[in-house]
Design a protein around this ligand. Structure first.
Ligand SMILES: [Zn+2]
Length: 206
């Protein structure tokens, strides 16, 4: 699909950006997502590499999953239910590139995104207790030894904090998931296709 892109150098050009990809046919796309090269385009005028976000459906038949990337700029429209395009029955929605990367990181580490979002809720509650009402974002990073590591953004300016959670805790949450998914606030967090702790932050009228 042709998309109009305007570079920082003010040069406008059309780029061919797919509105869906299938990882069975295009297995390299998964690595491109993880490395941050997915959807990146070089400006033909100044050579700068741009990372525009466009809505795209990523089908992953092997994992029996499909993820729809909603551009970060459309976050408010998503919560208002006023997106100008359809989510095309995706199993999952990721809003913004970072959330898309996180979904594929979880796949790589064989972790359930529902469990991780519940774990994030506990982390966020703890951060809020200690730091007050700050606008923080928590994203899964990796596992190391017997711990899951999370990046925390927004605690200090230009600094990424790291929180560690024992994998044992992650497994415990996994075993409680069936009960939890019916009780608030977890029922809101686990509302597919947007399974995310951010459902709590965006509740109510804006
Ligand atoms: Zn340019």
């Amino acid at each position: 699909m042709k998309r109009r892109i305007v570079c920082f150098c003010e040069h406008g050009f059309d780029a061919d950006i797919p509105d869906s990809i299938n990882l069975a046919e295009d297995p390299e796309a998964e690595q491109a997502i993880l490395s941050g090269e997915f959807l990146s385009i070089r400006c033909p005028n100044c050579g700068k590499v741009l990372k525009p976000e466009f809505p795209v459906l990523i089908e992953d038949p092997q994992a029996e999953n499909s993820i729809f990337l909603v551009p970060e700029l459309d976050r408010a429209a998503f919560f208002r239910g006023s997106l100008a395009y359809s989510l095309r029955e995706a199993n999952r929605v990721a809003i913004g590139y970072e959330e898309l990367v996180e979904k594929f990181l979880l796949k790589q580490y064989d972790l359930d995104d529902r469990v991780i979002e519940v774990v994030k809720y506990y982390l966020l509650s703890k951060v809020m207790e200690e730091e007050g009402d700050k606008e923080v974002r928590i994203l899964f990073s990796r596992t190391e030894g017997e711990s899951a590591l999370f990046n925390v953004l927004g605690l200090k300016e230009n600094e990424v904090g790291i929180l560690k959670v024992p994998l044992q805790t992650v497994h415990k949450v996994a075993s409680q998931l069936e009960e939890k998914k019916h009780e608030p606030p977890f029922s809101d967090i686990l509302k597919a296709p947007y399974v995310s702790i951010n459902n709590l932050l965006m509740e109510g009228p804006d």
